[in-house]
Ligand binder design. Structure first.
Ligand SMILES: Cc1cc2c(cc1C)N(C[C@H](O)[C@H](O)[C@H](O)COP(=O)(O)O)c1[nH]c(=O)[nH]c(=O)c1N2
Length: 261
């Protein structure tokens, strides 16, 4: 076997308990906005979470992310003011019949959470020509989103909730955080321990939108070819989440109406 650095190691499946733990993190991860406890996230825990982000895949191994740790209450208050302004604009963009529901939603926990993280992408981190980014410049941003997801899942395993806030004027946020012009904003996250969390997405619980069925998102042999009777789709419907007792079908009834849009 070709292993010049002696760096290959066996890559067996996880034990079933370890595998279930990974899926439990995936299926019980939630976007958290309201249930934050004020106690701080200790540095040892935050270090593990950020290190998980720093071990995400990245195009050409360029690691374009930076993690801005925001503990200052004053900074968080300034960002919250940005949210209030953007959220008022956002509400007016929805059809009139959805505006009241939109305004009733809690869409951030910037000040309540003890810690915020801003995650950015530096397109120049690995020079102008990056292996794998040569034909699609968006690949550095996609890599950074992989880091966000690692952070989100690691935080779930630590009992730390995360809420992503994207209803913000990015240019003004960059000013507040002194982010250089070439660096792009990818994510603004609120973090903190949570007492309890929703078993289904909060937007579904509150009647905004529901999870799509597998046949709407899995296509066969090209775009648009869905086969509702495909065994793969019925296996997805009764998948890991149900086996772990975490399936959304197993959760309390009362989900809102599907949003046709
Ligand atoms: C890129 C991006 C941006 C946002 C979000 C997510 C992502 C991926 N989400 C959270 C989103 O509403 C949530 O993920 C879905 O409703 C599904 O719920 P769970 O994450 O499964 O709990 C989100 N939520 C919110 O309350 N305010 C926001 O501004 C945003 N912005």
């Amino acid at each position: 076997m070709d292993d010049p650095g002696g760096a290959l190691a066996p890559s067996a499946p996880f034990s079933s308990a370890d595998r279930d733990a990974v899926y439990r993190a995936i299926f019980t991860r939630r976007d958290v906005r309201s249930q934050f406890r004020p106690d701080p996230v200790p540095d040892e825990v935050l270090a593990r979470i950020l290190d998980a982000g720093h071990h995400a895949p990245s195009v050409g191994f360029m690691q374009p992310w930076s993690f801005l740790v925001l503990r200052s209450a004053e900074t968080r208050r300034r960002v919250q003011a940005l949210f209030e302004a953007a959220n008022a604009e956002a509400a007016a963009m929805f059809p009139p019949e959805k505006q009241a529901l939109y305004r009733s939603l809690k869409l951030e926990g910037i000040v309540e959470a003890p810690l915020n993280l801003c995650i950015t992408c530096d397109p120049d981190r690995a020079g102008p020509v990056v292996l794998g980014r040569t034909h699609d410049k968006a690949m550095d941003a996609y890599s950074t989103v992989c880091a966000v997801q690692n952070i989100w899942l690691a935080a779930r395993a630590e009992g730390v909730g995360i809420g992503w806030v994207s209803i913000l004027d990015g240019a003004r946020l960059k000013q507040i955080l002194a982010i250089p012009p070439r660096v792009t904003l990818v994510a603004y996250l609120c973090l903190g321990y949570v007492q309890e969390a929703y078993t289904r997405p909060e937007l579904e619980v509150k009647g905004w939108r529901r999870r799509l069925p597998p046949e709407d998102v899995v296509h066969f042999e090209g775009w648009g070819r869905s086969l509702p009777d495909e065994p793969l789709l019925s296996l997805m419907r009764t998948g890991m989440a149900d086996r772990l007792g975490l399936g959304e079908a197993a959760c309390a009834p009362g989900a809102g109406q599907a949003d046709p849009g």
